[in-house]
Design a protein around this ligand. Sequence first.
Ligand SMILES: *Cc1c(COP(=O)(O)O)cnc(C)c1O
Length: 403
Amino acid sequence: MSRPPFDPTQWHPETIAVRGGSVRSQFGEHSEAMYLTSSFVFESAAQAAARFSGQEEGNVYARFTNPSVTMFEERLAQLEGAQACLATASGMAAITTTCMGLLSQGDHIVSSKSIFGATVQLFATVLTRFGITTTFVEGTDIEQWAAAVQPNTKMFYVETPSNPLTEIIDLKAMKAITEKHGITLVVDNCFCTPALQKPFEWGADVVIHSATKYLDGQGRVLGGAIVGSKTLLKEKILPILRTAGPSLSAFNAWVLLKGLETLQIRMDKQSANALFIAKWLEENPNVRKVFYPGLPSHPQYELACAQQTSGGAIVSFEVVGDTPETGRANAWKVIDQTQMLSITANLGDTRTTITHPATTTHGRLTPEARNAAGISENLIRIAVGLEKETDVCTDLAQGFKLF
Ligand SMILES: *Cc1c(COP(=O)(O)O)cnc(C)c1O
């Protein structure tokens, strides 16, 4: 007796997260299988020929496809509400592959200034060697985006909320500009993930992920993903993936599948913890300013409420200190007096991390560039995890006693 067919298109995100994309082998395993194989065998020479020519669908070689990787791709595409997804070995591999697929010599990118450091390096130093230029603009200033468009502009590159100051970029406004000029709108959705923000609903053409962060969520593996329409991924991205080879391993895909199962509940809980901590910081007389999109004091609170279902898990704050020297000394006191928080620049883990952006992630900028970016010596960024929120506050409070 066979069971009635099901319709996954009717599933809610929580269901997709645990069941989306799963394909069972003849062995009937309950948890997804990990296909640790580099190549696949054929029943005949004719079938091999058909697979290689693309006449017949199916696996050929793990640089192209692998069933564990395909399950992860399918699940993430469903969560983003997109047609398709291609996984990569890291977030940077996803961004590089997207640029190689969508851009050619002579093309131009407009990007917000406050994006991941390695992405800035890729745009500003690597792509320029291949004749692709980038104009960096103030992400929240829509006029600057519009003014930066040139006849050869092919891509808008957006990260929202921004790191570390959590500025929100208006995706609907971005779409209005890109649509007019036939530009591809690429959104790095690493900070919110589809659990909190669905860029395709606001007009994104491509969504990028560093799966290393919240999609795994437990700091175990590197991974990345490019999400979009079937046509775009098949025609523009897949040929690069197959030939350049930045493919995701089956093992990492399996770990990421397990990560996705708990994505929604992790993101909801980590966001709730972050809101609690942000409010607690706002009441602290030793804190000058808190940057968190879930606080009504955030300058773009309303836009954040419209675009995201919650504020996310990244909170930045400035400690008191009237000079850069005292600002740094006070920030370092708070960081060094914590006992539990992990002092590291990584984010997206179940364990709360704490970092001093001015001397780490943004340490290579000149003091002038840092000031222009609003990153003071007083600034601390925390990526809130799943610990009891009051334990995080207790840990943060130690350093303030020394002010
Ligand atoms: C970490 C990160 C990346 C790069 O991802 P990797 O997996 O480390 O290569 C890209 N964008 C954002 C926003 C990130 O935080």
